[in-house]
Design a protein around this ligand. Sequence first.
Ligand code: AMP
Ligand code: MG
Length: 343
Amino acid sequence: MQTEIRKAGPESMEKAAGLLLSGELVAIPTETVYGLAATGLDPLAVQKIFAAKGRPATDPLILHLPSPDLKVAVESGVLAQPIPHCAFHLAKAFWPGPLTLVLPRGSKVPDEVTSGLSSVAVRYPAHPVAQKLLQRVGVPLAAPSANRFGRISPTDAEAVREELDGKIPLILDGGKCETGVESTVLSLLDDEPLILRPGKITAAEIGGVLGKAPKTQSLALQKDNAMPSPGLLESHYAPLTPLYLTDQPITQFPAGLEYIHYQSPQKNLEPNRRALCPNDDPYSAAQNLYRLLREADAGGAKAILIEPIPDSPIAPALRDRLHRASSGTARWDGHRWQFTAKK
Ligand code: AMP
Ligand code: MG
C-alpha cells in the first residue's frame, strides 16, 4: 500500500473522512501526538489498528468523542451510567484537551476497543483538524499513537511515515504536535480517582476541580498488580538504541554515544549532543522529546544518555515516558560511563 502525506485542508480531510467511514485507517494530528484513527464502533476497522501497529489485543484504545458532551456519549451508547458528577466537571474544565477519562462502557463499544474491559477511555481532543474530522464522521474515533507498538510516538507527519509507511493509505499533516506527549489518563471507576498515566494536565490541576489531588498509580504498583492498567507496560515509547538515564548533568562525551542534555549553555553542540529544552519553557522539552529521541536513535550509537528532568508541572509525564523508554541508568566512574540495567 502507498502511504500518502497530505496537508490537512478541506479536500484532504474529505478524503480522510471517506476512508474512515469505509473502515480504513488514517493517521491524524492531535495536540498530544499523532493518532492512528479508525471509526471506533466498527470492530473490523478497530482490528486494523492493532494489525498496523503490532499492538497486543490486551492494550485498550482511547475513543476520541465527536462532542465534549458526556450526556451525548451516554445517549449514543459510548458510555454507560452511572457517570460520576466529577466527570462532568472535569470535562468542562479540561476539554478540549489532553485529559482522558476512564468511565463505564456503553453497549455500542466493541470489545476490540476496551480489550474486553467493562470501562472505556474517552477524551475530546483540542487539535482543530481532529475536531473537524470527528464532527464530519460523527462517530468516535479510536486513535492510539501512530507508531509501531512499543516504539516512539510520532509528533509530526514525517515521524508517522517512519513508523507506518506502506501500512496505511493516508497521513493528514497538521504540523508539529503542541503538547508532544500522550494525554493524562484518569480513572473515575472507583470513589478515589486515580491517574493511570501522567500527562500535561497535572494531578494538582485535576485536584483544583475535584477538591483533592488524585494519586498517581506508581510504576512499581503497575508491576506488582496482575492487571493494574492494561497497556501501561513498563517498557514502552522506546528507541531501538538503548537509552540510559543519568543522575547528574553530563560533562563527559566519549565518542560512540549520543547525549541528550536538558539544557545547554553552549550554542553549537557537536552532532552527537542535543538539548531537550533550548529555552526556559519546560513544555518545550515535552514538545521536543520524541523528535530528539528519534534523531538520537538514528545516530548509529551504542547507547543514548539523557540528563535528569528538573521539577516542573510537565516533569512527571517526561520522567514517566523516559523511565519506560530506558534500558537502565548510566554513571560516570571517573574514566568511563558505567551502565546498570533496569530491574
Ligand atoms: P494510547 O496508546 O495513547 O491510545 O493510550 C491508551 C492507553 O490508555 C492504554 O494503553 C491504557 O493504558 C489506557 N486505557 C485505555 N482504556 C483503558 C481502560 N478501559 N482502563 C484503563 N486504562 C485504559
Ligand atoms: Mg501509544
